[in-house]
Design a protein around this ligand. Structure first.
Ligand SMILES: NC(=O)c1ccc[n+]([C@@H]2O[C@H](COP(=O)([O-])OP(=O)(O)OC[C@H]3O[C@@H](n4cnc5c(N)ncnc54)[C@H](OP(=O)(O)O)[C@@H]3O)[C@@H](O)[C@H]2O)c1
Length: 323
């Protein structure tokens, strides 16, 4: 079969021949319809992600919309390395497939589920804990996951979404998608702290969704830190999801003492597969109905090398289709 093949860590995939995945018990062969080049796809292929199998040559790709042998259009994933979803044929677990509702655009589903579920899961979990989501702060709202987080928070009933990120144009896009206030991050810690403080406008967020970590997280910690000795009336769940701005961030001890705040993470390993499978149908339906807008750009598999470079630039999610 034809596939995107990465020969060594950090390499660019080539459109090349690769053996079909072997038939295995409990798995089925499906045909590619659409598969997104998400950041995790690039970092797994580069060997930089904790989930990387460390095997090359390999086919990148973690999830896809695919056609089954009985003609159904399904969202699926979980290929076994060195196989991935950027290939004409994909071996997937028989039970890990979800039929697309009528009218769903396979490209937008393939583009939106990985970035979108990253906030949908913590948002729905938080919504179960509190009587209303209130204010939600999205750090790194200029990327696809952040843009979908802004929309998801609104769909799930947040009163006000505050979007923080670097690119002015993409912050404007977040505002168009429902962010009530934006904080422009410049990399200057003090200025970023002031920008986040001003955008929060005195509110204590019930949930922080952090796609940046690094310096933006440190600025957020300063902005969230309490002053004075009276009891905190807020309750903040801070969820670490991405690390576009750096793998480390220093947590001030005073933040943990002055505020009711819990810092946790969400990702492959910590997220519950059962919860993902439970939330998937509703989220796919929202994409199908256009309630959630997913900007996507389609590229044929034969042009995967150029698509790989384009995907690095962020913006619309690059989705690979057969051809
Ligand atoms: N844990 C999970 O379940 C999960 C799921 C999906 C994604 N993620 C992670 O979330 C992150 C974002 O994913 P994505 O899909 O949104 O990627 P994306 O669409 O490629 O966007 C990445 C964004 O990161 C921003 N960025 C890069 N460096 C930055 C910095 N130093 N400070 C502030 N912003 C910076 C870029 O902002 P500019 O526009 O300013 O250049 C870009 O818009 C990635 O780390 C990804 O791996 C995690």
């Amino acid at each position: 079969m034809k596939a995107a093949v990465v020969s060594s860590p950090g390499g660019t995939p080539e459109y090349a021949d690769f053996d079909d995945p072997a038939a295995a018990e409990g798995r089925e062969l499906v045909e590619l319809v659409a598969s997104g080049i998400h950041p995790v796809v690039r970092s797994l292929a580069g060997g930089r992600h904790y989930g990387s199998a460390g095997v090359w040559p390999m086919i990148p790709g973690v999830d896809a919309v695919a056609r089954t042998s009985d003609g159904a259009l399904v969202y699926t994933g979980y290929p076994v390395p060195p196989y991935g979803t950027l290939a004409e044929r994909i071996s997937v677990p028989g039970g890990m497939r979800l039929q697309l509702p009528a009218g769903a655009d396979p490209v937008r589903v393939a583009a939106g589920l990985n970035p979108g579920l990253s906030s949908w899961l913590p948002l729905t979990a938080r919504a179960r804990e509190v009587s209303g989501l209130g204010v939600v702060l999205v750090l790194g709202a200029t990327g696809m996951a952040g843009l979908l987080a802004v929309q998801n928070a609104r769909v799930l009933g947040a009163d006000r979404v505050v979007a923080a990120g670097r690119s002015e144009a993409r912050l404007a896009r977040a505002a168009d998608c429902g962010a009530a206030a934006t904080a422009r991050l410049t990399g200057d810690g003090e200025a970023d702290t002031e920008a986040i403080t001003a955008a929060l406008d005195g509110a204590s967020p019930s949930l922080v969704l952090d796609y940046a970590w690094g310096s933006p997280a440190e600025s957020a910690f300063r902005a969230l830190g309490g002053r004075g000795l009276s009891e905190d009336t807020g309750d903040i769940a801070y969820v670490q999801i991405g690390a576009m701005a750096g793998p480390e961030a220093a947590v001030p001890s005073s933040l943990l003492r002055s505020r009711r705040i819990r810092i946790s993470g969400s990702g492959a390993g910590s997220a519950s597969t059962a919860e993902i499978m439970q939330q998937l149908p509703a989220y796919i339906q929202h994409i199908a109905d256009g309630v959630i807008t997913v900007p996507a750009r389609v590229v044929p598999l034969s042009r995967v090398a150029a698509a790989w470079t384009t995907a690095q630039e962020g913006g619309d999610r690059v989705v690979v289709v057969p051809g």
